[in-house]
Design a protein around this ligand. Structure first.
Ligand SMILES: Cc1cc2nc3c(=O)[nH]c(=O)nc-3n(C[C@H](O)[C@H](O)[C@H](O)COP(=O)(O)OP(=O)(O)OC[C@H]3O[C@@H](n4cnc5c(N)ncnc54)[C@H](O)[C@@H]3O)c2cc1C
Length: 534
């Protein structure tokens, strides 16, 4: 064991939340911070060119997690991409800017005992983070570290899709983060001047030169060091050597919804049975660690196109590819400036609630993400849907006491009949939107993965169980709240311990009704305020 450096705060994971916290805490020059990240730096151009998203799932910047066989999905093992790079998920994600429904946060406060987290109370953190190029008060910020932009030049197919959504009956919505998510339109994106704006870019970028901030990449946090009930440091692996960083104030766990419960469990903090099964001595029994995992279960349909060349051509070497590269380099415009996930919608499905329960993403391309079929020969487009408030709950458990071994991740997709019905409704609405005149004229054929026609209820049930996949929004595994399954309190301190907080997507007690990056940024912003007494 090598020795020991001392910092005021050690942060375990330089993903979305970790970068926000490191930047905010080191604004005070008296405070020292060590930021530990298992992945590499974020210099690769595919990370920064918005369309580079198509190259990142399944790459060396992805942890390569897979699920355990999914009991309710024909025992399939499903890839679960998560960012392993400075910026975490924010460096490999689709850059869709959504914040969820106001009611999501009101529910955290009212139902889960998360005092201080109602929408009116957390809204200022959303606004503080945001630098929106078009929208402003009351719903948007214009001075924050994260750039939010309109699509530079929506693809003609995306325009047709947004019109098809209106023909289907959805109102046009020019701001999914305003009064209501309901409707169809174009997603705004977390980009600035035609480049990805992750928390590593927007927050950490300006902080990187500070003498009070030490950043280490390619190091693995292996264990939280406990002295009785107080966290006093972090043991980590650097080049195969175990080292310890001590803290004078707090350890801040920001390793994501799979990594944060894993780190607590490696430290002996968690469900006693789970720890014993993995050979880890129990230091602090906390039943909810690694439980309550939930994620949006995504269903994709691919469409073969008639005349249009969709963005698939960027994956094929042609003269047009070089032209796109030059256009991007010269003007930050053209197809490479697109985040590809361009069209969006929120609609009402099965749930009898006052807010939408289905979300859609339209991509004028096929084969963009790992595991999604490409269209060859020919060109394709993709429409995916998911039910935004799933009932199914899974878990993250240690496979081994070795910190370098991936945990057992069980999203337990489609474990309830309700989730199955709601997912089917999303697929049905997808097909109806695509059959509207503005879109139908571009479609040569619908390609359902597996190739079976969808006619009967059984066909649909089989389709969603055969093809449901992650939408990359795992949360809930270190849930905030006050009941016996809660892991952290509303102050994000781990129940029963001192000097230890979790402050990332894992603390969401219930998944928000949208993508999860900005909600995670909000959590980290509020955490920084609570830590500094701001
Ligand atoms: C492919 C993909 C597409 C997505 N698309 C969107 C989108 O379009 N819009 C949106 O809003 N959200 C999207 N998301 C979700 C969003 O990116 C995440 O919700 C968000 O990044 C979660 O932030 P986090 O800080 O909780 O975790 P992460 O950002 O995952 O950060 C955790 C960090 O901790 C590091 N880490 C883990 N374990 C250790 C360890 N033991 N030691 C050291 N470091 C460790 C990881 O490498 C990672 O960098 C997407 C995510 C993915 C993966």
């Amino acid at each position: 064991m090598d020795t020991t450096d001392v910092y005021d705060y050690v942060i375990t994971g330089a993903g979305t939340a970790g970068c926000v916290l490191a930047a905010r805490l080191t604004e005070d020059p008296q405070v020292t911070v060590l930021l530990l990240e298992a992945g590499r730096g974020d210099r690769h151009p595919f990370i920064h060119v918005p369309a580079g998203f198509a190259k990142l799932t399944g790459s060396k910047y992805d942890w390569g997690h897979t699920s355990v066989p999914q009991k309710h999905c024909h025992d399939r093992i499903i890839p679960l991409a998560q960012g392993k790079v400075l910026g975490g998920g924010g460096s490999i994600n689709a850059q869709v800017f959504t914040r969820g429904a106001h009611e999501d946060y009101d529910e955290w406060a009212a139902k889960f005992g998360c005092d201080g987290w109602s929408y009116e109370e957390i809204k200022k953190y959303f606004l503080r983070a945001e630098c929106n190029e078009r929208l402003s008060a009351p719903h948007h910020g214009t001075d924050g570290p994260i750039g939010v932009s309109d699509l530079v030049n929506p693809h003609p197919l995306s325009k047709a899709w947004v019109q098809a959504g209106q023909e289907y009956g959805l109102p046009y919505n020019s701001d999914f983060n305003g009064d209501s998510q309901f409707g169809v339109g174009y997603y705004q994106t977390t980009t600035k001047n035609g480049r990805r704006c992750s928390a590593a870019v927007g927050y950490l970028g300006p902080a990187r030169g500070r003498p009070n901030l030490t950043i280490k990449t390619r190091v693995t946090a292996a264990r939280i060091v406990l002295d009785g009930t107080r966290a006093t440091g972090v043991e980590y692996l650097e080049g195969g050597i175990r080292k310890i960083a001590k803290t004078t104030r707090e350890v801040l766990v920001t390793s994501g919804a799979y990594g944060s419960p894993k780190l607590l469990q490696l430290s002996g903090i968690g469900n006693g049975n789970d720890l014993t099964a993995a050979g880890v001595p129990v230091r602090h029994e906390l039943a909810g660690v690694g439980r309550n995992l939930h994620d949006h279960c995504d269903l994709d349909i691919i469409y073969e196109l008639r005349e249009y060349q969709s963005m698939d051509r960027l994956n094929q070497i042609r003269p047009g590819t070089a032209k796109a590269g030059l256009e991007y380099l010269a003007f930050r415009k053209g197809p490479l400036a697109s985040t590809i996930v361009e069209g969006g919608a929120f609609s009402f499905g099965k749930a009898k609630e006052s807010i939408p329960d289905l979300q859609f993403h339209f991509l004028p391309a096929a084969g963009v993400e790992q595991g999604i079929a490409a269209m060859r020969p020919g060109y394709g487009a993709t429409l995916n849907s998911y039910f935004v408030r799933p009932q199914s709950r899974g878990s993250v458990r240690l496979a081994s006491a070795d910190p370098t071994v991936h945990p057992l991740v069980d999203p337990n997709f489609l474990a309830t009949d309700f989730d199955v019905e709601a997912s089917i409704e999303g697929v049905k609405q997808s097909r109806e939107i695509m059959s509207q005149p503005s879109m139908a004229k571009h479609i040569k054929a619908e390609h359902l993965a597996g190739g079976k026609a969808l006619r009967t209820k059984d066909d649909y049930v089989d389709f969603v169980r055969s093809h449901g996949r992650t939408s990359y929004h795992p949360v809930g595994t270190c849930a905030m709240g006050t009941d016996r399954n809660a892991v952290v309190g509303p102050d994000l301190k781990v129940h029963g311990l001192e000097g230890l907080r979790v402050a990332d997507s894992s603390v969401m007690p219930r998944l928000v009704s949208s993508n999860t990056q900005f909600p995670t940024i909000m959590i980290a912003e509020k955490a920084a305020d609570m830590i500094t007494g701001g």
